[in-house]
Ligand binder design. Structure first.
Ligand SMILES: *Cc1c(COP(=O)(O)O)cnc(C)c1O
Length: 452
């Protein structure tokens, strides 16, 4: 039998996260204070984040030690398996070798636990009592609820309304771990009430939910805010994925030609991709291709503009230079709720602008076709978000078939789809709704970008 799983023991788990910042040699635009529009100081983040995380946000070190308590927490489900997709390769009749890193093996079911555990740990160390956050599809809220419970912190979650309705068991999961969950927009905050007054049936968006969470966090002394993607420290924590994958690829005697991951705010993409991109940035492997995959109806990199924008709807967050569809953009109600974000991590955006990475976008129909093919062959039901990466891997594997090249493809299977069976039902019953022309919406919200 082919041994398709490449595993690491707990003791082989990397002891450091990789910080890509020192390897980026072109100047990056700093975050700006939302009021003064001058470069934001570290202290501007103090109301919402503990010092240790702010320090990581601006860290000049290439590697950052993972605290022992966090490694112990990781060890419940890490190192995660690297799997060679022999069955998928065979079905596609491709000469390509396809590997994937499977981040769906923890109970919350996605890569988000990697940063949730780290963030809850540093907040606990700083004496914080409670974290407030937003969640799109519910994976981040699930991961943070479980992490807060582990470290004895309270947790309050603003869940984007459309997901709150589409994925009720995600809410139950968060409540099981003691979190308080609100559908967003809610009437608990000014930001939510303003949206509800204008759009009583608003499906919500991550940008709105972030405004609500930040608003509550700054009002309470014992409470901080936690973000599940986008920021530098979140990307840093996710690099445990790529650091493990490097060791595992080495064990397999392989090295990727193409690294692929879906991108919402960019953290799982960074998590797998940055550890390999390091070789490209340091000039030891300039041919490496690293591909971010997004939904055609929320095409931040492929159709957005590179500009300063807010991370949230109300303009509470610092302005970040990033690819954005505009903070007022309300994405279509696609099933990959975790990819419905108007912006993209500033680091990922910068690398895209510098042409160090590539981007692709696929429709819901395309990603569900890929998801079902993957489930049939590899026996794992993927999260609709992760299915974007699968679709791309299949496209590249088919290109290999056409050209006869035996490339090595590595993608991140960022999570499982067991809470997404309602979405699979919509696909199987031909009830997927494709957004026909998001471009006009995108232009409208881009026209409303802040003037710097
Ligand atoms: C949140 C989520 C994503 C998107 O993650 P980013 O790190 O924000 O790009 C992808 N896949 C799954 C399963 C998710 O839960």
């Amino acid at each position: 039998m082919n041994d398709n799983k490449i595993l690491l023991s707990a003791n082989e788990m990397p002891s450091q996260w990789y910080n890509i910042l020192p390897d980026i040699t072109t100047p990056m635009a700093p975050p700006l204070h939302p009021g003064t529009k001058q470069p934001a100081a570290a202290s501007d983040f103090a109301a919402i984040f503990p010092d240790a995380l702010i320090a990581q946000e601006f860290s000049p070190d290439s590697f950052v030690d993972i605290p022992d308590e966090v490694r112990e927490a990781y060890a419940l489900s890490r190192p995660t398996p690297l799997i060679r997709a022999y069955a998928l390769e065979k079905r596609l009749q491709t000469p390509a070798k396809i590997f994937f890193k499977y981040e769906g093996v923890n109970s919350a079911g996605s890569h988000k636990s990697n940063t949730a555990l780290a963030q809850a740990y540093y907040n606990k160390q700083a004496g914080v009592k409670r974290l407030v956050t937003e969640t799109g599809a519910g994976q981040w809220g699930s991961a943070l609820s479980a992490a807060c419970k582990r470290y004895g912190l309270g947790c309050e979650v603003f869940m984007v309304k459309v997901s709150y309705d589409q994925k009720p068991y995600r809410r139950t999961f968060m409540q099981l771990f003691g979190a308080e969950v609100h559908a967003s927009p809610s009437d608990l905050t000014q930001a939510g009430r303003k949206i509800l007054a204008e759009h009583p049936h608003s499906p919500g968006s991550l940008a709105i939910a972030i405004s609500e969470a930040v608003e509550l966090a700054v009002q309470r002394d014992d409470t901080k805010y936690a973000l599940g993607s986008v920021l530098n420290h979140v990307l840093l924590h996710q690099t445990i994925i790529g650091e493990e994958a490097r060791l595992q690829m080495e064990k397999a005697g392989a090295y990727p030609d193409i690294v692929i991951a879906c991108a919402g705010g960019g953290s799982n993409f960074a998590g797998l991709g940055f550890s390999f991109l390091r070789d490209k940035l340091r000039g030891t492997n300039t041919a490496l291709r690293v591909v971010a995959v997004e939904p055609a109806s929320c095409p931040t990199l492929t159709k957005g503009v590179f500009a300063y924008d807010f991370g949230d709807e109300s303009g509470y967050t610092p302005l970040m230079k990033m690819y954005t569809l505009g903070h007022s953009f309300i994405p279509d109600k696609i099933h990959a709720g975790g990819l419905r974000y108007h912006g993209m991590s500033p680091i990922v955006s910068h690398l895209y602008h510098d042409k160090q990475i590539e981007a692709e976008a696929y429709t819901q129909q395309e990603i569900f076709e890929a998801a079902v093919l993957f489930a049939e062959t590899e026996g794992i039901v993927p999260a609709p978000e992760s299915a974007h990466a699968i679709r791309s891997a299949i496209v590249h594997a088919e290109a290999c078939k056409a050209s006869g090249e035996a490339k090595t493809i590595l993608f991140n299977l960022s999570g499982h789809g067991f809470f997404d069976l309602g979405s699979y039902d919509a696909y199987l019953q031909h009830r997927l709704i494709e957004h026909k022309s998001p471009l006009e919406h995108i232009q409208e919200s881009i026209d409303r970008l802040p003037v710097i």
